[in-house]
Design a protein around this ligand. Sequence first.
Ligand SMILES: NC(=O)c1ccc[n+]([C@@H]2O[C@H](COP(=O)([O-])OP(=O)(O)OC[C@H]3O[C@@H](n4cnc5c(N)ncnc54)[C@H](O)[C@@H]3O)[C@@H](O)[C@H]2O)c1
Length: 319
Amino acid sequence: MKKQKILVIGAGGQLGTELVQGLWKVYGQENVIATDIKDPQEVLAQARFEILDVLKQKQLFEFIKKNEITQIYHLAAVLSATGEKNPKFAWHLNMDGLIHVLDAAVEFKVEKVYWPSSIAVFGPTTPRHQTPQHTVMEPSTIYGISKLAGERWCAWYHRNKGVDVRSLRYPGLIGYKSKPGGGTTDYAVDIFFKALTEKRYECFLRPDAYLPMMYMEDAVKATLDLMEAPAEKITVRAAYNISAMSFCPQELASEIKKHIPDFEIAYNPDYRQAIADSWPASINDTQARQDWGWQPQYNLARMTEDILHHLPRLLAEKV
Ligand SMILES: NC(=O)c1ccc[n+]([C@@H]2O[C@H](COP(=O)([O-])OP(=O)(O)OC[C@H]3O[C@@H](n4cnc5c(N)ncnc54)[C@H](O)[C@@H]3O)[C@@H](O)[C@H]2O)c1
């Protein structure tokens, strides 16, 4: 097997921080180059790291050529809540960044490309419960519009240019190793930090706002499983629905209370509630399970237990 050289773009973010460590286990630390426009957090201190801006096409192309990259994981994006505040820039980064990567894959015959999509591709006219793989898609956020367009670009580059590009529609991702980057599901990360430090959290969504969610361990596993699957198993070249759990803030707070009985939550919904209202409450991921054997490992109880087991030590180290 040819030695793999992996490039991760946007590696310093919430997903990249953990995905890079997952990639180390598969391909070896020396074969994974983590890049971002800002210096990485402590967890990536051991990484082979370089500054790289996906919007600078010439620099990106030179980097891929010089390092003989065989796989690209392109994670840099403006997320849902931040995107609504600066829609033109969100469109610029989310679209031009992806097209630069796909063009580079053609030019340098990169073997595989990973680019994440999101449940934000769905909109208020989509069936809200057990949302199917193929359904009505009329996203109302710029983020969702850019992800839906990105999915179609991926399918187009696969069909017309032979790029082996693969994608997942992540639900809200919950991890404790880095802070989230401006999404609508960020509450489900922030709540753990606040529960441990202040025993109180003010939530920007309603108590009953059900959303599909996934623990970061599962998100990394799904990504690696998808990328390792034989190409002929991949029947969806836009992006796969994947699902692990669905809960609302009230349910998450009750689960945390089982471990921290004096934890209190208050609700003060803001503009992000409207975004949440436009998204599915739960996702049907039958296609991913059939095609490449997707199976989540974490439900709400197991995830909460795991985070509350590990996060206190991480917080103590930072003091
Ligand atoms: N976190 C979630 O809940 C979630 C859910 C669905 C999809 N996704 C997708 O997963 C991907 C990663 O999300 P995340 O939560 O890690 O985001 P994040 O905002 O935490 O990280 C994105 C990283 O990209 C970097 N970046 C920004 N502009 C760049 C540029 N021009 N060139 C190179 N790097 C640049 C940022 O510095 C940041 O470190 C995104 O495509 C996002 O849309 C995330």
